[in-house]
Ligand binder design. Structure first.
Ligand SMILES: [Zn+2]
Length: 469
């Protein structure tokens, strides 16, 4: 029977009301397990002659309030989705197109959408198998200058930032970033030519089959950050730790191994054992200059500079220091921890007999920062708290280092290290955002130190200090 009331009801049930149109939020999905399998051909002399094929099996739960009918994915712009199946082996319809992501100008990704065989109700779990293939490219053109990766046989790297595997997210950089905070168990298997090694800090099983190496890494604890450099590496075992170095860096790797042990002892003395340490070793992996060093326990990727020159060892200390820091990966975070690592890299370097003093290093930082503010007067109106929202986290390296140097001078070594250790011990398991850090520092300082915190971390008064410094 059709009467006006039932027609209205029909429209409510099937119409495109605001609920049906709302895009799925990444926070509505909780990944429980990610299994990645990838085969790379790296036999061609040129990157374009090489290709990869992959299969991603992702098990996830709907933790939102509404049923999920389609699941969005993003993938590197030189890769294709081949086929998608669900846990029951049913092939699912998927669509995809090249698209610029929201909140990241010029960053194009292969944006996919998979229609589930039946809607996934809130609280329910399902699994998807996504086959994909293609080549790999970085995002220098979009402004991510360190992502120089291609499938170069001399060196390549698979990492989150360039969407080197399917990532469950809508076409929005902010949603992608939110996804990185989702921690899950993972297994990653790579089939590469026997000439190549796949490096990472996690536990690994290696199988050699005719002229192929098969590396199977698995997470020892839930995490999301996966980064896998691949090259004809040489591996060096140093105590519990591993160093992967590129051809020609053997001397540098041995020097680095010694300094690494000394630096770890310093950090452990100051801040206690490393986060989540369970007898697991660290891996320090050499990457070519310009590819961007990064640290995420138990993996450090370190540019060749620290391997090739004793004077660049402070770069290693910078990365190591990140391992004793609270996770502050909230989207739009100002990344003040980069300032702390910049300060600590020089502080440790001075302690371990580096050629440049902390004072001289900080004078250089100050000069550079002055220049930045003189060239860009509008930056003077931006508080540290807003660096992330303004896309200026790069300012945190210098400004943050200057802030921590001021704090160090008024607190003295003991007071300074005690403040850092206290914050680390309080938040290392749960992470913190910038406001939590400011609150903690305020609660644990008084007098001159409290003043330093107000001047630098609240408002923009710190810019006057830099310009008149
Ligand atoms: Zn850093």
């Amino acid at each position: 029977m059709k009467n006006p009331t039932s027609i209205v009801l029909m429209m409510l049930m099937f119409g495109h009301g605001p609920h049906a149109l709302a895009a799925l939020q990444r926070s509505d999905i909780d990944i429980e397990h990610y299994d990645l399998e990838m085969t790379l051909s790296l036999d061609g002399d040129y990157a374009f002659q090489n290709a990869l094929e992959g299969l991603a099996t992702i098990r996830f739960r709907n933790v939102g309030a509404a049923s999920i009918e389609t699941v969005p994915f993003v993938l590197n712009r030189l890769m294709r989705y081949e086929k998608v199946h669900d846990g029951e082996g049913r092939q699912l319809h998927h669509s995809h197109r090249l698209q610029e992501l929201e909140n990241f100008d010029y960053f194009q990704a292969n944006v996919g959408s998979v229609k589930l065989a039946e809607p996934l109700a809130p609280g329910e779990v399902t699994a998807l198998h996504l086959a994909f293939s293609g080549r790999l490219t970085g995002y220098i053109g979009a402004g991510m200058l360190y992502t120089k990766e291609t499938l170069d046989p001399d060196f390549t790297i698979l990492r989150n930032e360039v969407l080197a595997w399917p990532m469950l997210s809508g076409p929005d950089w902010q949603q992608v970033r939110i996804g990185w905070a989702d921690e899950f168990e993972w297994v990653a298997t790579f089939d590469v030519p026997a000439t190549h090694k796949v490096a990472n800090g996690e536990r690994v099983q290696l199988e050699t089959r005719s002229n192929r190496n098969i590396y199977r890494y698995h997470s020892a604890r839930p995490g999301s950050f996966m980064i896998f450099p691949i090259a004809p590496y040489t591996e060096l075992q140093v105590g519990l730790n591993r160093i992967f170095h590129l051809t020609g860096s053997e001397t540098g790797a041995k020097r680095l191994a010694g300094k690494m042990q000394q630096a770890i002892e310093l950090f452990e003395g100051w801040f206690g054992p490393i986060r989540s340490s369970s007898g697991l070793s660290l891996s320090i992996i050499e990457i070519p200059a310009g590819y961007g060093s990064q640290a995420r326990f138990p993996t450090i990727i370190q540019t060749a500079d620290a391997f090739n020159s004793a004077d660049e060892m402070e770069q290693l200390y910078h990365e190591l220091s990140h391992l004793w820091q609270v996770d502050m990966y909230a989207p739009m975070s100002p990344r003040l921890e980069e300032g702390l690592s910049t300060f600590l890299q020089s502080y440790v370097d001075e302690k371990l007999g580096g050629s440049k003093s902390l004072k001289a290093f900080m004078e250089e930082v100050l000069d550079l920062q002055k220049l930045t503010y003189e060239k860009n007067p509008s930056y003077r109106n931006i508080a540290i708290a807003d660096f992330g929202r303004e896309g200026l986290t790069r300012l945190s390296y210098g400004v943050g280092a200057l802030f921590y140097y001021e704090l160090f001078k008024v607190l003295g070594e003991r007071g300074f290290l005690a403040l850092l250790r206290g914050f680390y011990e309080s938040y290392r398991e749960v992470g913190a955002d910038f406001d939590t850090l400011v609150e903690y520092y305020r609660d644990h300082t008084h007098g001159e130190a409290a003043k330093v915190i107000e001047v630098w971390l609240i408002g923009t008064a710190f810019t006057d200090k830099i310009l008149s410094g």
